[in-house]
Write a protein that binds this ligand. Structure first.
Ligand code: NAP
Length: 262
C-alpha cells in the first residue's frame, strides 16, 4: 500500500516514523523541507503535494488546521474515488473536510495525541459512509502503528476525545508535577522526585492493565483504614478535586465543540 503524508512537522513525523518502522507500506511525504526522521527506513520526499497524492492510496493530512482548506483545494482535482483521506487536524469536522475536498467520499477525521510520537498515542476517529470495511481495516492498522485507536460512534465523541485524550498528556503532567513538588518540598532532589512520581504512575497503569481492576477498586485497595493515602484522600475529597477535574475536562470539550463548528 502507498501512504502519503502531507505536512511533516511534529505529528506528520510521528506518523511517518511509526509507519516506516512497522513497514506498513511505501511512504511518500510532501513537506516544504525534507523531514529528518528518526527511522533509518525508506521514504520518498517532495515539496509537491500533487506528487504525493498521485502516488498514494491513503493520504494523511498532517498540516496545521489553518492550512487544511488551501491544501484540500489544491489537491481536490487530483483525488480519485478509491483514495482515503485522513485528516488529523484538530477541530475540522468531516462536513468541512468534505466541502473543501469537493465532496470526496472516503474521509476520516482523527484526533490523535502527542504520545503518538512515542508510539503510545490514542487516536479517536470517525469515517464517512463512503469508507468500506476494508478501508476501515487499513485505517485501524495505520492508526495502531503509533498507539491505540477507537472508532467513535458519532463525531461529537471526537470533541470529548480532544479534551480527554488530546489534553490527557497535559493533565497527566500537572498531576505528576504535584506529586513531584510534594516530594521535593520534603527534601528529595528534582531528579529523584521525577522518578518517584513517574514510576508511580507508570507502575499503576501497568498494574491496572494486568489485573483489569477498576479505578475505584485500585483507589480502595491502596487506602487502608487509618493509613496515609486515606488521610490524603480526605483532603482531596473536601476540595472536590475529582469533580473539579471532570469540570475542567467538560470545559475543554465545550471549547472543542465550539471550535469544530467553525
Ligand atoms: N502536535 C500535537 O500534539 C497534535 C495533536 C493532535 C492533532 N494535531 C494536529 O496535527 C496537525 C499537525 O500538527 P503539528 O503539531 O505536527 O504541526 P507542525 O509541526 O507545524 O507541522 C505541520 C507541517 O506542515 C508543513 N506545511 C505547511 N504548509 C504546508 C503545505 N501547504 N503543504 C505541505 N506541508 C505544509 C509545515 O511546514 P513549515 O513548518 O515549513 O510551514 C510543517 O512541517 C495539526 O492539524 C494539529 O491540529 C497535533
Amino acid at each position: 500500500m502507498n501512504i502519503g503524508i502531507i505536512g511533516c512537522g511534529h505529528m506528520g513525523s510521528a506518523v511517518a516514523n511509526a509507519l516506516i518502522s512497522q513497514q506498513l507500506g511505501k511512504i511518500h511525504i510532501s513537506n516544504p523541507i525534507k523531514p529528518r526522521l528518526d527511522t533509518g527506513g525508506h521514504f520518498t520526499w517532495t515539496p509537491d503535494n500533487a506528487s504525493t497524492v498521485r502516488a498514494s492510496d491513503i493520504i494523511v493530512l498532517a498540516v496545521r488546521p489553518a492550512v487544511i482548506a488551501p491544501v484540500l483545494e489544491e489537491i481536490r482535482p487530483l483525488l480519485k474515488p478509491a483514495q482515503v483521506l485522513i485528516s488529523i487536524a484538530a477541530g475540522i469536522p468531516l462536513k468541512k473536510l468534505q466541502k473543501f475536498s469537493g465532496n470526496h467520499k472516503k474521509i476520516v477525521r482523527v484526533m490523535p495525541n502527542l504520545a503518538a510520537q512515542v508510539c503510545e498515542g490514542i487516536s479517536v476517529w470517525q469515517a464517512t459512509n463512503g469508507c468500506t470495511k476494508e478501508d476501515k481495516k487499513a485505517i485501524s492498522s495505520l492508526l495502531n502503528s503509533f498507539g491505540k485507536s477507537i472508532e467513535a460512534a458519532n463525531e461529537e465523541l471526537i470533541d470529548i476525545a480532544t479534551a480527554v485524550g488530546g489534553g490527557g498528556p497535559a493533565y497527566t503532567a500537572a498531576f505528576l508535577e504535584s506529586m513531584s513538588n510534594a516530594a521535593i518540598n520534603i527534601g528529595f532532589s528534582e531528579e529523584d522526585a521525577r522518578l518517584l512520581a513517574m514510576q508511580s504512575v507508570l507502575g499503576s497503569i501497568k498494574y491496572l492493565q494486568k489485573t483489569g481492576m477498576s479505578f475505584e477498586e485500585l483507589k480502595n485497595a491502596v487506602q487502608t483504614k487509618g493509613g496515609t493515602t486515606e488521610a490524603g484522600f480526605k483532603v482531596l475529597k473536601n476540595k472536590k478535586w475529582q469533580r473539579t477535574l471532570e469540570k475542567a475536562l467538560l470545559t475543554g470539550y465545550k471549547r472543542a465543540r465550539k471550535i469544530s463548528k467553525w
